[in-house]
Ligand binder design. Structure first.
Ligand code: NAD
Length: 377
């Protein structure tokens, strides 16, 4: 029997991108050997690396590769000090990142926040609030709501007065598709070694907003199709408070765009370092496969680039999410998350998660951390 093959575009980008991507590819190869699937992985330039190689932040050949792939594993792009004469629209953040997000219709953003017990000191919450560990997935709708609703304008009212208008709009179909992502993700998390039974906490402001009433109604209806997943509803203001008071109560948080933007950053702060946080942005599923764009939450970190200092865990966990969502391999995803946990338990610490007074730990570089994780897969 031939191995199942997944086609992956690996776009490392700028700054620490190539360093952390190297380690993620190493770990993917270890998973490939262990689990017997085949990764047809092709690297291509993007960002300033694209401008240097082909004159554009998103070269045509890179875009063509992405279109022919099942998923994109992305590093990060942008170097604030490079050539200020290049106009905004041609700079990597817009010309590459925003263009790719739009091109692939990525409507769902998934940000897992996992606090390993060994890194409890990096979490801003007191230890007693961390319970047995924080393990939350924020699912954020990415293409609707207040950021895109019409009308959207600023009007001159005369007498020095102006009025700004933003409009929150959601259709039933938009709520349904993001709700399905959240319920399926809760199921997959249970499958990939997480909770015995998934839970979705749907966030809204149904006591004030029409959007909230529709959101709650549609999510409740979709939830009936997932009897193995528990559904609860929570007002967004209470959710912001509960994340600080009792974050361990959450499994999957389902949010519309604006609430998700805010709550995902609040949740991210609980993990202790940007270098630990992966993300997935998903498009529509077709033929049993979901196209996805996977990237670390942080940027190119120019301050530490090229020095073997960056934490590769965010990129490695992004690769693990790729295996979970675009390749439907919860086994391989679970193995990589476990391997990261083992490297941390063995005392490996990159600078961002290193505490000098912590006993039994060793400061390591990007490469050493990647090697350790690959060896534990
Ligand atoms: P940044 O995330 O690159 O860095 C912020 C801080 O976090 C820095 O101190 C950095 O050293 C640290 N950090 C980030 N990732 C780390 C890692 N893996 N290991 C250890 N430390 C890490 O944000 P910034 O400095 O505001 O932005 C730098 C550049 O990155 C800018 O050009 C920005 O536009 C770009 N950027 C790109 C993306 C993306 O490609 N998705 C996202 C954010 C920022």
């Amino acid at each position: 029997m031939t191995a199942e093959t997944f086609k992956i575009a690996a776009l490392a980008g700028d700054g620490i991108g190539p360093e952390v991507m190297r380690e993620a590819v190493k770990v993917l190869r270890a998973a490939e050997r262990k689990f017997g699937f085949a990764l047809d992985l092709t690297e291509a330039p993007v960002g300033w690396a694209g401008i240097d190689a082909a004159g554009r932040a998103l070269p045509d050949a890179t875009l063509a590769l992405c279109r022919a792939s099942d998923a994109i594993l992305f590093g990060s792009v942008g170097l604030p000090d490079r050539d200020p004469t290049i106009p905004k629209e041609e700079r990597p953040e817009r010309a590459a990142l925003l263009r790719l997000r739009k091109e692939f219709g990525l409507f769902a953003n998934l940000r897992p926040v996992l606090l390993w017990k060994e890194l409890a000191h990096a979490c801003p919450l007191a230890k007693e609030r961390q319970g047995q560990g924080i393990d939350i997935l924020v699912v954020r709708e990415l293409t609707g709501g207040m950021y895109f609703g019409q009308p959207k304008r600023t009007e001159d009212l005369g007498h020095g007065q102006r009025r700004a208008i933003d409009t929150m709009v959601y259709t039933t179909a938009e709520i349904e598709r993001i709700a399905h992502v959240a319920f399926r993700a809760a199921g997959k998390r249970a499958q990939s070694g997480g909770r015995p039974r998934g839970k979705v906490t749907s966030i809204d402001k149904a006591n004030v907003l029409e959007n909230g009433v529709l959101w709650r109604e549609v999510v409740t209806r979709v939830g009936q199709q997932y009897p193995d997943v528990t559904l609860e509803h929570m007002f967004v203001d209470n959710a912001a408070m509960q994340l600080m008071l009792r974050p361990t109560q959450f499994d999957v948080l389902l949010c519309e765009n604006l609430f998700g933007d805010i709550l995902s950053d609040e949740a991210a702060a609980l993990a202790g370092s940007l270098g630990l946080l992966p993300s997935a942005s998903l498009g529509a599923s077709a033929g049993g496969r979901t196209f996805g764009f996977y990237e670390p939450a942080g940027g190119t970190a120019p301050d530490i680039a090229g020095k073997n200092l960056a934490n590769p865990i965010a990129q490695i966990l992004s690769a693990a999410l790729l295996l979970l969502y675009s390749c439907n391999r919860p086994d391989a995803h679970h193995a990589i998350v476990q391997a990261v946990g083992k490297a941390i338990a063995a005392g490996h610490r990159t600078g961002d998660i290193f505490a000098p007074n912590e006993p039994g730990v060793r400061r390591v570089g990007t490469r050493e951390m990647g090697n350790a994780i690959a060896s534990f897969v």
